[in-house]
Design a protein around this ligand. Structure first.
Ligand code: DNO
Length: 394
């Protein structure tokens, strides 16, 4: 595996030098200052690649080249945005960036209900509770049609939860769901969110999927010409939220995309934390089935207390994704390709070691350092071939 790390550019509290010191070879970054849909200045792409090189690393994955909402909806100026996207792909390829991670989630990128979950050891992690989401939709967003989205028992439990919640807890939930998490450009307000959701009222999942496939097939000649691999990020969480249509939440969705978009350049970011939020998803099986189309990986783990209620794990190795089995699949695929795949430790706890600087939610130094080290240790262990087994127990 190639050791990747997400860097948020010059505004990141973590420097490229520290990233290099963590053992990273491949930087995952973007031109975060550019508005969604814009043509990125080639000068800025070149500068960023040069900066990574100057620090002993390669910029190999662009995460993200965001897709404009017009393209997702196929309305307004979408043709111009598709052309801009192609120009960005060509310019990135010229500077050696050959993998693009993006998502096709409407309106909202990823979501959590608790961005400061303090664990018994004092470290901080991120958590999600579908009952809190339901309560937020009922009492803050006041979204119509909730009876269709949630069954009676879920709504009753959400009502009880909200009734018991203190003002502080209610604020924590609303703030978490409205915060612009990394990948999103700004924080939302309930009114703003309601407006944006209304724009998707007539777009259901099959329609959004058709829009995704149309976009991918439009850019495929550029992918073939530049050699860029498009790695779609799965929906996070991989089930409906705010009534928005979902397009990449399961193996069936990936299968459908692969059938509609025959180019191998059209692939996936295997994000174990996103897929793993639905206990029905098995990342190892998904890797096995779509191995040729996995162009980039986000590895981390989740601990569920029940379906739809989970927190990000203390360890990238422990949780509902069988990380050793997954790493084994990754190594098999690398052997088959004769090339390594970039894996980045996705999220990590905020440790005391991170105190004193403001990291993006989930993107601490200490927590990801542990994650990366665990993954590299696992890789080294799986590659090791002992001459003899361990001695018998005394
Ligand atoms: C969350 C990230 C996402 C991801 C985008 C890709 O931590 O994995 O924000 O970068 O969905 O477009």
């Amino acid at each position: 595996m190639k050791a990747g790390w997400r860097w948020f550019g010059p505004s990141d509290a973590i420097s490229l030098r520290e990233i290099r010191q963590a053992g990273v070879t491949d930087v995952v970054t973007s031109l975060y200052e550019q508005p969604v849909g814009a043509v990125w200045p080639t000068r800025r792409i070149r500068e960023t690649a040069r900066e990574c090189r100057a620090n002993g690393m390669t910029w190999s994955v662009a995460e993200s080249v965001p897709v404009h909402e017009d393209v997702k909806k196929r309305t307004g100026d979408f043709r111009r945005y598709v052309e801009n996207y192609k120009r960005n792909l060509r310019n990135l390829a010229t500077c050696g960036v050959k993998v693009v991670c993006y998502n096709f989630m409407p309106v909202h990128d990823w979501a959590r209900t608790d961005l400061h979950k303090v664990l018994p050891d004092g470290s901080v992690t991120l958590a999600y509770d579908q009952y809190e989401v339901c309560a937020f939709e009922m009492f803050v967003l006041k979204r119509p049609g909730l009876e269709k989205a949630y069954d009676d028992a879920t709504r009753a439990r959400a009502r009880r939860l909200w009734g018991k919640a203190s003002a502080r807890e209610r604020k924590r939930i609303a703030d978490a769901l409205l915060t612009g998490l990394p990948g999103t450009t700004e924080d939302a307000t309930p009114e703003g969110l309601r407006r944006e959701l209304a724009a998707y009222a007539d777009i259901d999942a099959p329609q959004l999927k058709r829009n995704l496939y149309a976009f991918l097939n439009e850019i495929t000649p550029t992918l073939e010409e530049t050699g860029i691999d498009m790695a779609i990020h799965p929906d996070d969480p991989p089930f409906p939220i705010f009534g928005l249509p979902r397009i990449l939440s399961s193996a069936a969705d990936i299968r459908e995309m692969a059938r509609a978009c025959p180019s191998r350049h059209v692939g996936v970011t295997l994000c174990t934390g996103s897929l793993g939020a639905n206990l029905k998803n098995d990342a190892v099986k998904i890797f096995r089935e779509f191995h040729e189309r996995i162009h980039f990986c986000h590895f981390r783990n989740l601990l569920h207390s029940e379906p739809g209620v989970f927190r990000e794990s203390d360890s990238h190795l422990v949780g509902n994704t069988d990380m050793p089995a997954l790493m084994f699949e990754l190594l098999k695929e690398e052997r088959r390709r004769g090339a390594e795949i970039v894996v980045r430790p996705d999220h990590g706890r905020m440790l005391d070691a991170d105190k004193g600087r403001t990291c993006y939610y989930g993107y601490s130094y200490g927590g990801r350092l542990i994650g990366l080290s665990e993954l590299r240790g696992l890789e080294a262990g799986l590659k090791y071939k002992p001459r003899r087994g361990l001695p018998k127990r005394a």
